[in-house]
Design a protein around this ligand. Structure first.
Ligand code: FNR
Length: 346
């Protein structure tokens, strides 16, 4: 993804046209999920929304044991972990209501990611009370300031993800404000702020937006209603006329929705997921949460009940017969840590 320009190494920009995209999902969109989505066929993967205030408090650490780049809070909590394998395909999504804070965050991560996105669709109180998420939709001037500041000062493509407004003409005028800022693409969740995930998605509205926009439109909101298998993704794109499709819930339940050959059984997805969770030392609590979503309606099974009781990555791995893999990986890592500490002492 890079080319030589006048003697400098320049990154080519990520294109959002004709792409299959893993949607941003709080707690779900951590590194193991993103890497597995890429393995299964996603072209672009969004991280979970990270609030600007939270990232600003972090420091960037190159983790030479895991070969990752970590953004870490003062107490050692990893807020965002990424690695070379996803560098050209990962989009960092932030929650923000302030152009300068947004820029500060974008500058902190821009060398480690392929794109920067601003969440303008979250309807939850914790977002809207701070003027973030869907609250921004009522303030086109603020949207313009945030996006213009990012587009003018960040070296990676900038996008945003919105919901639709009650009136079509208001939605279109908002979309045109967004387009005028120079963003690379626009993701549209085809529901209004008040609508719940089970309400039907407004494909017709996304279609009008797609027809009136010159930048790629990324259609979102099709899980359950429309998208249940890989071939449904093409149908969703046809119905919305959108260049690209972004999937959240169907991917949360089975990441292999991105496989054109068809979905894998749940057990295979869990084992593939666990490999990455162990390899990248994902928090066991987050790993547990993500597997609970994969088990979805099967939490009453023996595996589901054992998962609820698990208190470590090793215990989770044991449920799927992967304790040796986990144990060996942990031992190998400990040796690397010991060797590094020894080096530092001498
Ligand atoms: C979400 N969604 C979401 N959206 C966003 O912009 N940033 C986020 O961090 C999250 N977090 C999140 C967590 C979980 C668990 C779910 C299910 C959803 C919304 C999501 O990206 C998407 O817009 C909707 O779920 C609609 O798409 P689907 O599910 O119909 O494909």
């Amino acid at each position: 993804m890079s080319k030589k320009v006048k003697g400098m190494r320049m990154s080519t920009h990520l294109s959002y046209a004709d792409k299959l995209i893993l949607a941003p999902m709080v707690r779900i969109g951590t590194l193991p999920t993103r890497l597995l989505a890429l393995d299964y066929g996603a072209d672009i993967v969004y991280c979970e929304e990270i609030i600007d205030h939270k990232l600003i408090k972090c420091r960037r650490v190159e983790n030479d044991i895991l070969n990752t780049v970590d953004f870490v809070e003062i107490d050692g909590t990893v807020v965002f972990r990424t690695c070379a394998k996803e560098k050209d395909q990962v989009v960092f999504q932030m929650g923000t209501a302030d152009p300068q804070r947004a820029l500060k965050v974008a500058k902190m991560v821009e060398s480690d990611v392929a794109g920067i996105d601003v969440n303008m669709g979250c309807p939850k109180d914790y977002s809207t009370k701070g003027g973030m998420g869907a609250a921004l939709l009522q303030h086109p001037e603020k949207i313009k300031q945030i996006l213009t500041t990012l587009v003018e000062n960040v070296k990676k493509p900038v996008t945003c993800k919105v919901r639709i407004l009650p009136k079509l003409e208001d939605t279109l005028s908002l979309v045109h404000v967004i387009e005028s800022t120079g963003v690379a693409a626009l993701a549209v969740h085809g529901r209004r702020k008040e609508e719940r995930p089970n309400d039907p998605v407004h494909c017709d509205v996304i279609k009008v937006i797609s027809e009136s926009c010159s930048i790629p439109v990324i259609a979102n909101g099709g899980s359950r209603d429309i998208i249940k298998s890989y071939s449904d993704i093409a149908a969703f794109r046809r119905l919305t006329g959108a260049s690209s499709a972004m999937i959240a819930r169907e991917a949360q339940w089975n990441l292999s929705i991105f496989r054109k050959e068809g979905k894998y059984p749940m057990e295979k997805v869990i084992r593939d997921y666990l490999r990455y969770a162990v390899e990248y030392d994902n928090y066991y609590t987050n790993t547990k949460y993500c597997i609970q979503q994969i088990l979805h309606e099967d939490m009453e099974t023996d595996a589901g009940i054992a998962l609820l009781k698990a208190r470590s990555l090793l215990e989770i791995c044991a449920i799927w017969g992967m304790e040796d893999f986990c144990q060996n990986t942990l031992e190998r890592r400990q040796k690397l840590i010991d060797a590094r500490d020894e080096d530092r002492r001498t």
